[in-house]
Design a protein around this ligand. Structure first.
Ligand SMILES: Cc1cc2nc3c(=O)[nH]c(=O)nc-3n(C[C@H](O)[C@H](O)[C@H](O)COP(=O)(O)OP(=O)(O)OC[C@H]3O[C@@H](n4cnc5c(N)ncnc54)[C@H](O)[C@@H]3O)c2cc1C
Ligand code: FES
Length: 309
């Protein structure tokens, strides 16, 4: 494969605002294994359906140990007659997510969303989905959406060891139903390919029809490696990034990610003729992308991977 694919496409236009804040009720909360929980919330039926890769902000009812809402990727959407049920896979890692884990059926959670840009699943090419740890959940939703469009995918799922392949049985069952292929990698070889997802990508990519379009979700170190792999192999890659967030809607400018040189040049050129050209914060900052509104899904060539933390 050549490494010459240049970044010629402009970024997608900013999505029109579809988000709002609603009160939801906990429908289900259960242990999902590997230290994770599954949460289902019932939202009003007219809440805009999130697409794979989008997220919502979850704000706990008063009294809560945390002031700010917590961003969470959408992992499933089910339209019912009188409500929309939205599912999340999450790890209770701190005060906010631990308080979330204590909520019982019927408890109130305030939901703002849907937020951000999702995966461009319409992009032509062989979809190659790459999940690390809990990143499996939004990508299974993406695989379901691809199947709905009568497209199969290759699904690569990696973890340090087999016990950390969260939701593996469900992933296998759903991907079989979608007639897509699951490839597993563990660093210690306790399940599937011994090594990381990059070694597995090197192994399976030569058998796949070009062009390849990667969609990935997982720890930033894995996403940076997948981005570099895609750029070196002439593929496009869409990576779901995370950042500590406050507003989730582009207002507080608190979730910056470093833009690549080509993205900086593009944003400067776009801003030059703008009526707000002198007001960087209002027209978009050429140096920094906001994870919540420019992302959370970014094409590999949009970010400076040397400076992503
Ligand atoms: C767009 C987006 C989607 C996300 N989707 C999911 C998801 O589907 N499932 C899930 O479990 N988590 C997800 N997260 C991470 C989740 O929002 C954080 O784990 C959560 O905010 C932590 O809140 P807390 O109060 O429990 O922990 P805190 O007390 O705020 O922090 C506990 C620890 O988690 C770290 N942390 C906080 N926020 C993040 C973050 N964004 N990324 C990495 N580490 C963080 C802190 O540095 C600290 O070490 C997502 C984050 C973003 C930005
Ligand atoms: S979280 Fe406020 S701008 Fe992104």
């Amino acid at each position: 494969m050549s490494g010459t694919l240049s970044h010629t496409r402009p970024a997608a236009p900013a999505p029109t605002r579809t988000w709002r804040q609603v009160a939801s009720r906990v429908r289900e909360q259960r242990d999902y294994g590997a230290g994770h929980h599954w949460l289902s919330l019932d939202l009003p039926a007219d809440f805009t359906s999130p697409v794979p890769g989008q997220f919502v902000q979850l704000l706990l009812d008063f009294p809560s140990p945390v002031l700010l809402p917590r961003p969470m990727s959408v992992a499933s959407v089910e339209k019912r007659v009188k409500r929309l049920t939205v599912g999340f896979l999450y790890g209770p890692v701190g005060a906010g997510t631990r308080a979330l884990a204590r909520l019982a059926r019927g408890a109130t959670v305030h939901v703002t969303g849907p937020l951000g840009r999702g995966y461009p699943l319409e992009e032509p090419g062989t979809p190659l989905l790459v999940a690390g740890g809990r990143g499996v959940a939004p990508l299974l939703m993406a695989a379901g959406e691809l199947a709905h469009r009568r497209r199969r995918c290759e699904f690569v799922f990696g973890a340090r060891t087999a016990s950390l392949l969260v939701g593996l049985d469900e992933a296998r069952e759903r991907l079989t139903r979608h007639r897509s292929r699951l490839h597993i990698a563990t660093d210690d070889g306790s399940r599937g390919y011994r090594g990381n997802v990059l070694g597995l990508l090197d192994r399976i990519a030569p058998r796949l029809e070009r062009p390849l379009v990667l969609h990935a979700c997982g720890p930033h170190a894995m996403l940076a490696a997948v981005a570099r792999w895609a750029m070196a192999n002439g593929a496009r890659a869409h990576l779901a990034m995370e950042s500590v967030m406050a507003c989730g809607t582009g207002v507080c400018r608190g979730c910056p990610l470093p833009r690549s040189e080509s993205a900086r040049a593009r944003v400067r050129a776009e801003g030059a003729g703008h009526s707000l050209a002198g007001v960087a914060a209002l027209r978009g900052n050429p140096e920094w992308a906001m994870c919540c509104t420019d992302g959370p899904v970014f094409e590999a060539r949009e970010l400076d991977w040397e400076r992503v933390e």
